[in-house]
Design a protein around this ligand. Structure first.
Ligand SMILES: Cc1ncc(COP(=O)(O)O)c(C=O)c1O
Length: 304
């Protein structure tokens, strides 16, 4: 099926030039978003996504243009329109359209809602991946799911350019998150993940995996793991709505990407991928495998 698009009440094709030039999402990145995974035609953990969307809207003082029930109905309509059983719904809410001005527009300006629905496949069969360690260059409110993702995009592209799957972001000496997923460590059969403070996005999958770990009797510690403790780690995985539970085989570093400080500005000179060095190799991914199976079972039950 083609990708379904939606803008302020109308279904459109995603490439239709429907967003006005003075749209604040376009001008300033002034908006928030959610990504919801649909399994067998049903949105997974929808209530949690809606709660987080409302938290993000409130944090940016954007007045929701709909109630949670209306938003849930819109999502159902999007799924019906797409007829795609396995899909990702991207939903953006911006502060609206108004003549460009940093100040908020008049309260009469209504928030804009846009969305796309696209087919996706499960990540679970992919081979364990690689993380590239680098300094976290994001702002100090990463807990808000804003559409303003420039540092995340640059981090992920750099990781990709260096042959890695994702970035491992270091802030204040601790390994806290990835560019588009939450980061987990396995040590002594326990899970360690950064606390959901202002510096990370409190992932819906992170929360779900915490529940799974609890059911499996696996201890989860929410603490910030210093980079020096990487050598003591047995396993690593990342989680996200589309990433699901994804095991990591190795962590690499690059001499031109200091993770303890921001890298020197070097213009457009590309980094040499062959300078990457392996900083960590997986010792034991069996517990990650158990979580992956538990996650797959939960999805199978949900999809029935
Ligand atoms: C920076 C970041 N962290 C974590 C996540 C995972 O969050 P969730 O499980 O809600 O998809 C995402 C997802 O997009 C993200 O962008």
């Amino acid at each position: 099926m083609p990708i379904v698009g939606y803008y302020n009440g109308e279904f459109v094709t995603p490439d239709s030039g429907i967003v006005p030039l003075d749209e604040r999402g376009h001008q300033f990145g002034d908006g928030v978003y959610e990504v919801i995974r649909c399994y067998n035609g049903r949105p997974f953990l929808l209530d949690w996504h809606l709660d987080r969307l409302w938290m993000s809207l409130q944090a940016l003082r954007i007045v929701p243009p709909f109630t949670k029930d209306e938003c849930a109905s819109l999502i159902e309509r999007l799924i019906a329109e797409s007829r795609e059983p396995e899909s990702a719904i991207y939903l953006q809410v911006t502060r609206g359209s108004a003549v460009r001005n940093h100040l908020f527009p008049e309260p009469t300006v209504k928030a804009n809602v846009s969305a796309t629905v696209r087919p996706v496949t499960s990540q679970t069969s992919k081979a364990p991946g690689t993380l590239l360690m680098m300094a976290d260059e994001r702002w100090a409110n990463a807990w808000i799911k804003t559409i303003n993702l420039l540092p995340n995009i640059l981090a992920k592209q750099t990781a990709h350019d260096m042959g890695a799957d994702e970035a491992l972001l270091v802030r204040d000496g601790a390994m806290i998150e990835s560019a588009s997923s939450n980061l987990w460590f396995v040590r002594d059969n326990q899970l360690i993940t950064a606390p959901a403070d202002r510096y990370i996005l409190n992932g819906i999958t992170r929360r779900f995996v915490m529940e799974l770990a609890n059911q499996l009797g696996i201890v989860v510690r929410e603490s910030k793991l210093p980079v020096e403790e990487l050598t003591k780690v047995d396993g690593i995985f990342i989680t996200g709505t589309l990433t699901e539970v994804f095991p990591i085989q190795r962590v690499v570093t690059h001499p031109d990407l200091p993770y303890a400080s921001l890298p020197a500005v070097k213009g457009s000179e590309p980094l040499a991928a062959d300078k990457c060095q392996v900083a960590w190799e997986a010792r034991d991914l069996s517990l990650v495998g158990r979580l992956q199976s538990a996650f797959a079972d939960a999805i199978a039950t949900f999809s029935r």
